[in-house]
Write a protein that binds this ligand. Structure first.
Ligand SMILES: *Cc1c(COP(=O)(O)O)cnc(C)c1O
Length: 425
C-alpha cells in the first residue's frame, strides 16, 4: 500500500512516529511546521555531520594527504559553513559574499579556496587581505589583478583551473568541463598561466584545479577530472573539483562516497606524485540529502490534472525551473501511496511546477507536504519573487530543533528600498 521508496529519500535516520507522522532528526515535521511556520527547510544536523565525516574518512583512508573542501555555494549560510569547519573541512568560496559568510562562521581563511570566472578587484582584495589560502586562477586577468593587489614580500597561494575537456551528461547549465566552457583555461593556456605564476614575485603556484560539472551519476565522468590536471605536470596540490550526483528520485543510482573516493584515488595513483595533496570539493552530494522542505497545501484543484498548490515554489526551489530537476514528495502524516498529482508553487508562472505526477495519499487543503533532498542549491538560490519571504532553515537533531536562518519579515522585503526623501533642492 505505501511506497517503500519515499522514506528512503529523506535523511538517513528519518522515521515514522507511532501515528505514522514523518520525523526528521527525531523531530515530527508537523511540530516543526507548527513552531516555525511553512514553508520551512529542515536540516538533519546529525546526518549532515555524518556525511562530512564519511567524505573525509573515505579520502583520507585511501590518500592520507587529502582534503575535502565543502563547496559553500551549495548552501552558503553561517551555520552550514560553521558545521563544515568544525568537521575539519576546508571551504570553497565563490566570490566575496561567501568569504564574508565563511568568516562570520569563524572558518579559517587559510583553509578557504576562492573560485570565480569573473572575480573583481574588490573580491580578490578581500581574499588577499583576509588571508584566503588559495585563489583558484581562472583566467589571465586574475593573475594581472593579483599582481597589483598582493603586497611585495607576501606570496599568495594559487591553483590554476584547467578545462578538462569532458562533456558531462548532466544539465547544460551545470556542465562546466567541456572545451567551450566559460570556466578555466584550456590546457595550453593553463601552462602559460602556471609559468606566469611561477615567475611572479608575489604569487605561488601550489597546483592545479579542475571541475567537470554537477549531479554526475556516471563514475567514469567523475574520474575524468584526474587526467587533465595530472597532465599539467608536478605540483603540490591537485584539486579535482566536485560533482558527485545525489539520489533525488527512485531511479538515480549515484556512486557511494567510498566508491567515488576509491575511483578518484585509483586514477590518481601513478598519475600524480605520491606525496601530493589531493583536494575534492563536494557541494551537492554533501548537503542535498540531509534536508527536506515542508510546505502547506493551500488548494487542491481538480481539472484536467489534479493541481496541488503549496505555499512555496520557485522562490525556495529553483532547481526545477533551472535544470528540470525531478523531486519526489509525500504528505507528512500519510507517507507514501496515493494517486499521481501535480504539485505546483504559488508563483505567477506556469513554470512554477514543483513536481509532476507524484503520488500523494488524497491531499486536502491544510495538509503538510514534505519534499526530500532540497539541501543543495535551494537555500542559496532562494528569492523574493512575488514578494515571497525567503524561508527559514531549521537544524533538527536528536529530537531538538534550532533555528539557523530566520524567515524574511515583511520589513525585509522593504529593507533595500530607499524611501523618497521629499523634494530635492
Ligand atoms: C559548484 C562547484 C563545486 C561543487 O559542485 P557539486 O556538484 O555541488 O559537488 C565544486 N567546485 C567548483 C569549482 C564548483 O564551481
Amino acid at each position: 500500500m505505501s511506497d517503500p521508496g519515499v522514506l528512503g529519500l529523506f535523511p538517513p535516520g528519518s522515521s515514522l512516529d507511532q501515528d505514522g507522522t514523518l520525523m526528521v532528526g527525531g523531530c515530527r515535521l508537523d511540530a516543526v511546521a507548527a513552531e516555525f511556520g511553512t514553508p520551512v527547510m529542515v536540516v538533519d544536523e546529525t546526518a549532515l555531520r555524518a556525511r562530512a565525516r564519511e567524505y573525509l574518512a573515505a579520502f583520507r583512508d585511501l590518500w592520507p594527504r587529502s582534503d575535502v573542501a565543502f563547496a559553500s555555494k551549495a548552501f552558503p549560510c553561517t551555520a552550514i559553513q560553521q558545521l563544515m569547519s568544525e568537521e575539519g573541512l576546508h571551504l570553497d568560496v565563490a566570490g566575496g559574499g561567501e568569504i564574508v559568510t565563511a568568516l562570520s562562521a569563524g572558518a579559517d581563511p587559510a583553509r578557504m579556496l576562492l573560485h570565480g570566472n569573473a572575480k573583481t578587484d574588490e573580491e580578490l582584495a578581500l581574499a588577499v587581505s583576509n588571508g584566503v589560502g588559495l585563489v583558484v586562477v581562472d583566467n589571465f586577468d586574475d593573475i594581472d589583478r593579483l599582481e597589483r593587489i598582493v603586497e611585495p614580500g607576501r606570496r599568495q597561494g594559487c591553483l590554476v583551473r584547467v578545462v578538462p575537456g569532458v562533456q558531462a551528461s548532466t544539465h547544460a547549465a551545470v556542465a562546466t568541463g567541456h572545451a567551450g566552457s566559460k570556466f578555466g583555461l584550456l590546457p595550453a593556456d593553463a601552462r602559460i598561466a602556471i609559468e606566469r605564476i611561477r615567475r611572479s614575485r608575489v604569487l605561488r603556484c601550489d597546483g592545479v584545479h579542475t571541475h567537470v560539472g554537477s549531479q554526475l551519476l556516471d563514475a567514469a565522468q567523475l574520474a575524468a577530472a584526474v587526467e587533465p590536471v595530472a597532465e599539467l605536470g608536478s605540483f603540490d596540490v591537485y584539486d579535482f573539483g566536485g560533482g558527485l550526483g545525489v539520489r533525488y528520485t527512485y531511479v538515480d543510482q549515484p556512486p557511494s562516497v567510498r566508491d567515488y573516493a576509491a575511483m578518484m584515488v585509483e586514477k590518481a595513483r601513478g598519475l600524480v606524485p605520491a606525496d601530493a595533496r589531493i583536494i575534492v570539493e563536494p557541494g551537492r552530494s554533501m548537503t542535498a540529502a540531509a534536508a527536506c522542505t515542508v510546505y502547506r497545501v493551500t488548494t487542491v484543484k481538480r481539472g484536467e490534472r489534479i493541481h496541488v498548490a503549496v505555499d512555496g515554489g520557485m522562490g525556495d526551489n529553483l532547481e526545477v525551473s533551472l535544470y528540470g530537476q525531478r523531486f519526489e514528495a509525500t504528505l507528512v502524516d500519510r507517507v507514501g501511496g496515493g494517486a499521481p498529482v501535480t504539485v505546483v508553487g504559488r508563483h505567477c508562472e506556469s513554470g512554477d511546477e514543483l513536481i509532476d505526477l507524484v503520488p500523494l495519499a488524497d491531499p486536502v487543503v491544510g495538509d503538510l507536504l514534505a519534499v526530500p533532498v532540497t539541501g543543495a542549491y535551494c537555500y542559496t538560490m532562494s528569492n523574493q519573487y512575488n514578494g515571497a519571504r525567503r524561508i527559514p532553515v531549521v537544524f533538527a537533531a536528536e529530537g531538538q530543533t534550532r533555528l539557523v536562518v530566520r524567515r524574511d519579515t515583511w520589513a525585509d522585503l522593504l529593507a533595500r528600498d530607499v524611501p523618497a526623501s521629499g523634494q530635492s533642492g
